[in-house]
Each structure stands twice: as structure tokens, then as C-alpha cells.
Design a protein around this ligand. Structure first.
Ligand code: ADP
Length: 244
């Protein structure tokens, strides 16, 4: 569903991603963990096609190639559900309107369908009581739940989350991770980028460590070298791409 084939991205002199290859299937949960500057945001923006790779190919579902026309890029972004560390809610709209706008913008639904769809998504995140509130009236955890309702309301095949608990205290963070896990259990693929490796454990996802623009190890598949040699097993694909 998402495939990176030897993807590099440069900003002038700085190589932010260095020939990165990886793949995730439909319904999978993948967590990219890495320190600040590792290339996580670049990776997400390549998936959303806000950025084009300097070399290599990014495939997201049937979207493939560096130069998608603007209309296709807009369609892709609506097809993905995206959750940000800083929520990115519209502060002059109610919680309901924030979610409903995401439905309306697809152009697929009559007004009569927008309301029940939006309310259902708010119910899924436990925020139906706050639908008339403005973001400024919500706690940080509630804001993130509203943002998640907006991300899932169009039933995306994949939900992308950029440090989704970064602005939350521990109890809200646990709640948000539980919610993301439930969304994944219900069938959506989930891709999270974070500086916190424990988030991968909390979500039960495959953890890929990103460091200096490279995938360091696929922990879910990593084997000690002697065991790989003994079993004759192929190393993880992410580790064999260089020079291929
Ligand atoms: P992360 O999200 O893991 O912190 P980024 O993808 O934001 O990492 O950045 C990876 C590297 O690319 C960093 O060294 C960063 O300074 C550099 N970088 C990111 N965006 C730009 C930009 N617009 N111009 C120049 N360098 C950038």
C-alpha cells in the first residue's frame, strides 16, 4: 500500500533521507522512531506528496511518481487521514464543523449524509458531548480526539500520525494511543512517526528506527546475525536495498 524504493531527499547540501526502501501492507501498523532531524517529517511529506523525492519512487496505493498533478495530490491528501502533534484544528469552527468540513470537502456526500457521518466519527472518539464546543474550550487530549475524528471520518485506508502524543500529558497520551490502536484494529493501516520508541510498543506496531535519514533496523524482523546465517533467512528488505 505504501512503498519507498531507494528514496532520497535532499535540501540543498543536506541529505535528509538517504536511499530509503520500505513497504507497508494494507491494515499494517508501522512506527518510525527516531530523534529530531532523523528525517521523519520528510518521510511523511513524501507520502502525502507535499514533497517530491530527489531520487527514487514513492508509491501510495495507486498514486505513484514524483510529479502528480495538483488535483491528484489534493485527492491523495483527502484519501489519507492525517493527525498532527499540534492538532491543526480550525479555531473559528466548532468541533462538529471541523469534522464536517472534512466530509464536505470530498464532494462525495449530500448535506443529509454529512451530519450523521460526522456525528458517528465524534461518537467513535467519545466526543459527541463536545460537538458544539470550539477548540479553545477543549483540553489538549480532547483536541487530539477531535483531530482523530476528522482524520477517520472519510474512512481512510491509512491514518498517518506525526508525534500524536507530543503535546499531551501521560494520561491523555495513553488514551490517544488506545484510540489509534482501536482504529487500527478495526482495519485501517496506521503509520506513526515519533521520537518515542515506546509508542511503537504501546501500539503493537512494527518499529523502524530512522537515524540520519536511514532505516537503522527493523526491530520486528531483526535477528542476531548468527541466527540469520544459521537459518539461511533473507535479511529484512529494508536492510538490503543499498547498492541493489
Ligand atoms: P525529523 O522530522 O525527524 O525531525 P526532518 O525530516 O524534519 O526530521 O529533517 C531531516 C533533516 O533535513 C534535518 O537535518 C533538517 O534540518 C533538514 N531539513 C528539513 N527540512 C528542511 C528544509 N526545508 N530546508 C533545509 N533542510 C531541511
Amino acid at each position: 500500500m505504501i512503498t519507498f524504493e531507494q528514496v532520497s531527499r535532499r535540501y540543498r547540501e543536506r541529505l535528509a533521507l538517504d536511499s530509503v526502501s520500505w513497504h507497508m501492507d494494507e491494515g499494517e501498523c508501522v512506527v518510525f522512531a527516531g530523534p529530531s532531524g532523523a528525517g521523519k517529517t520528510t518521510l511523511l511529506r513524501l507520502i502525502t506528496h507535499e514533497l517530491a523525492p530527489s531520487s527514487g519512487t514513492v508509491t501510495v496505493g495507486t498514486f505513484r511518481g514524483a510529479r502528480l498533478p495538483r488535483a491528484k495530490r489534493a485527492l491523495l491528501r483527502r484519501t489519507l487521514g492525517i493527525v498532527y502533534e499540534d492538532f491543526r484544528l480550525l479555531n473559528d469552527r466548532t468541533v462538529f464543523e471541523n469534522v464536517a468540513l472534512a466530509v464536505r470537502i470530498t464532494g462525495h456526500f449530500a448535506d443529509a449524509e454529512v451530519v450523521p457521518r460526522s456525528l458517528y466519527a465524534l461518537e467513535e472518539v467519545g466526543l459527541q458531548q463536545k460537538q458544539a464546543a470550539y477548540p479553545s474550550e477543549l483540553s489538549a487530549g480532547e483536541k487530539q480526539r477531535a483531530a482523530i475524528a476528522r482524520a477517520i471520518v472519510n474512512r481512510p485506508a491509512v491514518v498517518l500520525a506525526d508525534e500524536p502524543t507530543g503535546a499531551l500529558e501521560p494520561a491523555s497520551a495513553r488514551e490517544i494511543l488506545g484510540l489509534l490502536r482501536r482504529i487500527h484494529d478495526e482495519g485501517a493501516a496506521l503509520l506513526v512517526v515519533t521520537t518515542r520508541p515506546e509508542i511503537g510498543e504501546a501500539l503493537g506496531g512494527r518499529i523502524l528506527r530512522l537515524h540520519d535519514g536511514r532505516i537503522a533496523a527493523d526491530e520486528a524482523e531483526a535477528r542476531p546475525p548468527w541466527s540469520a546465517a544459521a537459518s539461511g533467512a533473507a535479511p529484512p528488505a529494508a536492510l538490503t536495498d543499498r547498492g541493489a
